[in-house]
Ligand binder design. Sequence first.
Ligand code: WQD
Length: 336
Amino acid sequence: MSILVTGGTGYIGSHTCVELIKENYDVIIVDNLYNSSKEALNRINTITGVMPKFYEIDLLDKDKLNIIFEENNIEAVIHFAGYKAVGESCSIPLTYYQNNITTTLNLCEVMKSYNCKKIVFSSSATVYGDPASVPIDESFPLSTTNPYGTTKMFNERILEDLYISDNEFSVILLRYFNPIGAHNSGLIGETPNGIPNNLVPYIAQVATGKRDFLRVWGNDYNTVDGTGVRDYIHVVDLALGHIKAVKYAMNHLGVEKINLGTGNGYSVLQVKDAYAKASGKDIAFEIMDRRPGDIATCYADTKKAKELLGWQAEFDIETMCNDSWNFEVKNPDGVK
Ligand code: WQD
């Protein structure tokens, strides 16, 4: 029996495949390599000693997706594949809806036709929008503020309705907070396309000298130092959360929405200082106006993941920055 990982050569996908293989799961990766490289397969092999079976297929191609299920006995799916840039989604919303929704619909239809009824879905804390309070628990209302987040919310709803129509399904919706860091081997990590949208990849490029200074998007929020506060979680902690979610899905039916965060919030300037310490580099910065769509504070209530999955994040912000810097130094151009 195999686990199919869509988007498995990507940042979170590749880290999850490493942990799945370490747990002796048979892993099959499908990816169209739009936002990743086949080199990730070699890195997974180097870390684990196992070269995962790989299909270079776009999930928009339903006929080719059928072949994967025809050729393999797939017990469960972890669905990472999708476009994920918040800013880009605002400028090309139709592309985001077309890709992120149709790929999920194709996957669900093919899974159902092959009686594969266990899915772990890569959702995001962005579905909560600007929360009325923090920490955020899974009962909070959803209110997205950009097309990317809305595709996550729509996909959650599609999967919920799939379960309602067929109670033999197990659906786990994992809501990630802010994934950062890299495997401690330095062999896999985050490879942003072009100018990084997210904080830590941008800070990493300031530390390597690729960028002159960090633009801090606003310091007039009602937070510890006026800059945005987020719940940064080590990507390996996130990957381990997926292992627990797969094991839970194997023994339960129904739909569960689960936050994957640390429950701790750090400001932009606190992360900058942690990265400066990890890299030994001065991180120059300038305070700019707020970024449209940004919220002040966001961090997780982590009780449900601990009670239901027996999972909690273990790595601290210093380790996240150390592992990110280690990857950055060893891969100045990312995993290409
Ligand atoms: C974090 C903080 C910025 C860059 C988004 C998505 C979320 C997930 C992670 C995919 C904010 C500040 C950032 C910079 C800055 N992505 N910042 N200068 O916006 O919390 O979440 O990415 O799943 O779904 O919504 O992450 O890293 O972009 O920003 O000051 O150059 O850093 O204002 O306060 P965000 P981020």
